[in-house]
Design a protein around this ligand. Structure first.
Ligand SMILES: [Zn+2]
Length: 143
């Protein structure tokens, strides 16, 4: 007999992983809390990613063809402006909590501020913002 993943009791019949509707609902609640309301599901044959409610993944046995009914998964846009990244990092956490990669970004981005005379009188974060805007402008001109 299988054991219910929620209440740990052995059960006969019941749902796929749980003994009862109550335990099933609890399982769904926990999974949604754990992994968010939506999950990214990639259709292997096409490589297209869909935004599927976690509920549907648990409740239905989704077949590849059924993925078409869901909206496409959109990656959150990442700002690749290093000065803005650095400014954001500095706002998010103290330098001591940054990992190596984050530290590197901050180091590279703040270097011009430490070196250039025009930035010597303003706070680092303001300098980062100014540099970020300069990069934005430069990128606009390229397009
Ligand atoms: Zn149970």
């Amino acid at each position: 007999m299988p054991r219910c993943v929620i209440c740990q009791q052995l059960y006969d019949g019941g749902r796929e992983l749980t003994c009862s509707d109550e335990c099933h609902e609890e399982l769904v609640r926990r999974l949604v809390a754990d992994s968010g309301e939506f999950k990214k599901v990639i259709r292997l044959s096409t490589g297209v990613a869909y935004k599927v409610p976690t509920m549907d993944i648990i409740e239905k046995r989704l077949r590849a063809e059924e993925l078409d009914q869901y909206p496409l998964w959109e990656e959150p846009k990442t700002d690749n402006n290093i000065f803005r990244q650095a400014k954001q990092l500095r706002q998010e956490k103290p330098v001591l909590e940054m990992n190596e990669e984050e530290l590197e970004i901050v180091k590279i981005a703040t270097m011009p501020i430490l070196l250039l005379r025009q930035f010597s009188e303003i706070p680092i974060d303001d300098g980062l913002e100014e540099l970020a805007k300069m990069v934005d402008e430069a990128q606009k001109e390229v397009k």
